[in-house]
Design a protein around this ligand. Structure first.
Ligand code: FAD
Length: 370
């Protein structure tokens, strides 16, 4: 079994396989967890851009609810790593009546979601988070949502997987495949060929060029995100704060992460003046005092997007033993546990479970191979 791509998704799948007694080889072209996984803000918010309870929201909720048990298990299996998991709530805020109406629209689904959502007026928003702008007219607090250190969580996952027999080889890109009778039998790399009875493609936005080598279009595309770490003042917020133009995440080290742009600019992995200015503006709109904060560092990552905004997970059309897991776009950190669980189970069962149906890679493409 080979998993190509050791971001949080590949690591979660390898970890779940190892828990089910299947050890695998995890390949990464660079260092494990250093692409989008390293760039993320770590927000665990299935209702982040919530309109109505669709397949993605339900998947996100299921994954959020797996987090406590995953964190507990990782605490035993990689006790030296603190993954900084916190259910500190996500506070969505509105600057005018229109934004508030959008937030309010979600409230009626509380019972269906089994999720507490608390509507707050502007004054109460500032009681909860005194540093927020006086221009905020109201908000909705979801206490069950929260955050994790995406970096530490992925390190813990990869260490726990290693302890269970997963072999991780870094700086070792999958370059191509050897196939026989509709099955991939080996992965070609600069370090030679690795035989495999099953293959998982979990290479983020690079899954598309990889799948093309098997004659299949998996239409994930890179969506650039730029972020800023601000600090030098007392942590101004306690919950994750989400506005229409940006968000703020209070991290355990006292810094506030401000994000993020969403740009369709191909694989161009660099920050821009305009992008960072946009992030800074949105941050200061939420907490005006951040105007005086120092900017510690900025960074950029490429989210794996998809044409319909849903992850692309399940069997690769036309191939008996290849599975895809990508397209997690803005929610890959949130969705890692449920993805690991569903994909590992699908591999063991030899077919995808019902829960994967909305995310079937076959919804976009027919295989060119037979
Ligand atoms: C700025 C920003 C903020 C974000 N904030 C959040 C957030 O708050 N919450 C949330 O849930 N999500 C967030 N995300 C999204 C999240 O980071 C991604 O959805 C997630 O990291 C995707 O994980 P992945 O493993 O699929 O991809 P990646 O992390 O990109 O990993 C793919 C891996 O595949 C490797 N690879 C590529 N080609 C090959 C090859 N040929 N062979 C072998 N390996 C290969 C790469 O080196 C890489 O390590 C954010 C993303 C960005 C950019």
């Amino acid at each position: 079994m080979v998993v190509a791509g050791a971001g949080i998704i590949g690591c979660a799948i390898a970890y779940e396989l190892s828990r089910r007694g299947v050890s695998c080889l995890l390949l990464d072209s660079r260092r494990a967890g250093m692409a989008a996984t390293n760039a993320a803000a770590g927000i665990l918010a299935p209702l982040a851009e919530f309109r109505r309870p669709d397949a993605l929201v339900h998947l996100g909720l299921a994954s959020l609810r797996l987090y406590p048990e995953w964190v507990e298990r990782l605490r035993e299996q990689a006790p030296e790593v603190d993954v900084e998991f916190a259910r500190n709530g996500v506070l969505r805020v509105a600057f005018d009546g229109e934004e508030m109406a959008e937030l309010r629209a979600g409230l009626r689904y509380q019972a269906e979601l089994g999720m507490e959502l608390i509507e707050l007026d502007g004054a109460t928003v500032r009681e909860v988070e005194p540093r927020l702008s006086p221009r905020i007219v109201g908000g909705v607090l979801c206490p069950e949502e929260g955050q994790v250190s995406n970096q530490m969580f992925t390190i813990a996952l990869s260490r726990a997987a290693r302890k269970r027999g997963v072999r991780i080889i870094e700086s070792c890109p999958a370059l191509g495949f050897r196939a026989r009778d509709g099955r991939v039998v080996a992965v070609r790399t600069p370090q030679g060929e690795f035989a495999c009875d099953r293959l998982v493609l979990a290479a983020g936005p690079w899954t598309r060029p990889l799948a093309r080598k098997l004659g299949v279009d998996v239409p994930t595309r890179p969506m650039r995100g730029q972020m800023l770490a601000m600090g030098g003042m007392v942590t101004p917020i306690h919950a994750v704060v989400w506005g229409a133009r940006g968000y703020l995440v209070p991290r355990a080290n006292g810094l506030v992460f401000a994000g993020a742009t969403v740009e369709d600019v191909g694989f161009r992995l660099r920050t821009t003046k305009a992008g960072l200015a946009q992030v800074r503006r949105a941050a200061c709109e939420l907490v005006p005092q951040l105007r005086h904060a120092s900017e510690h560092f900025s960074w950029v990552g490429l989210r794996p997007g998809s044409p319909d905004g849903l992850p692309i997970m399940g069997p690769l059309p036309g191939w008996e033993n290849v599975t895809v897991a990508t397209g997690h776009f803005r929610n890959g950190i949130l969705l890692a546990p449920i993805t690991g669980q569903l994909i590992a189970q699908a591999i063991l069962d030899g077919r995808p479970g019902e829960a994967l149906a909305p995310f079937d890679p076959g919804r976009f493409t027919l295989s060119n191979t037979s």
